[in-house]
Design a protein around this ligand. Structure first.
Ligand SMILES: [Ca+2]
Ligand SMILES: [Ca+2]
Ligand SMILES: [Ca+2]
Length: 235
């Protein structure tokens, strides 16, 4: 009897796992799923990807509670992409229901939502979508350290960041990596002045979690909130 029960349980577990191996072209139904490592957006109740977790599939969710997630409880978000299928996930998260109020757009996860516009324990609605490789790849400049806050993506030389409303705002920087090799796809030089003038960080190809800490050769605040133009080279 016990053995039979165990067998049934095992078969159930197998069929649940099989659900996530979708035939090519078939899209997973919108909704909340177990945090099983499948691609998608993972919403955690606590910071640093801990506490109760729900994986959210592509869809618009005007009220977070429809996913079984308590309102105003989310503290971190992890993104798991599916590079072999060319699918990258983006979560637009809102303070209020019906996609209203403070908004953060997250492509690389947030270990502390309190560092982003939406805030800690504020999340009430969200939209999850996939973006393709072209939309995903680039050099991302972030408003705050450790890839938090507003961001802009650039893929070409940018002589005036004010054109992207990002003059003297960058505090961290992330460069996407090729799915096949894991290598950074771009090299970057940041400049203090417009049109690639003034002091420069020199050329680098790695992520910079803190422009303050990484470039203290320029003084106490490093290269924080100083960047006005950027040269971008293919790597
Ligand atoms: Ca929380
Ligand atoms: Ca809220
Ligand atoms: Ca900043």
């Amino acid at each position: 009897m016990l053995l039979k029960k165990a067998k049934v349980l095992m078969l159930t577990a197998l069929s649940i796992a099989a659900l996530h191996v979708l035939p090519a072209g078939q899209v997973e139904a919108a909704g909340g799923y177990a945090c099983d490592g499948s691609p998608g957006v993972y919403i955690y109740q606590d910071g640093h990807y801990s506490g109760a977790c729900t994986r959210v599939a592509v869809g618009d969710y005007a009220d977070l509670t429809s996913l079984g997630i308590p309102n105003d409880s989310a503290s971190s978000i992890k993104i798991i992409n599916n590079p072999s299928s060319g699918l990258y996930y983006e979560a637009a998260v809102y303070d209020n229901s019906n996609f209203q109020g403070a908004k953060s757009t997250i492509r690389f996860g947030s270990d502390e939502l309190g560092q982003d516009a939406v805030g800690n324990d504020r999340l009430s609605s969200l939209k999850v979508r996939t973006i393709n490789y072209t939309e995903y790849t680039g050099v991302y400049l972030f408003e705050h350290d450790y890839y938090h806050g507003d961001w802009v993506k650039i893929t070409a030389n940018t002589p005036d960041l004010a054109s992207l409303s990002f003059n003297d705002r960058a505090s961290s920087l992330l460069i996407t990596r090729a799915a096949s090799t894991g290598q950074s796809q771009y090299k970057v030089s940041l400049y203090e002045g417009l049109g690639f003038s003034g002091r420069s960080t020199g050329t680098f190809s790695g992520d910079i979690p803190s422009l303050t800490a990484s470039f203290q050769i320029f003084g106490k605040s490093g290269f924080n909130d100083m960047t006005s133009s950027v040269l971008v080279f293919s790597n």
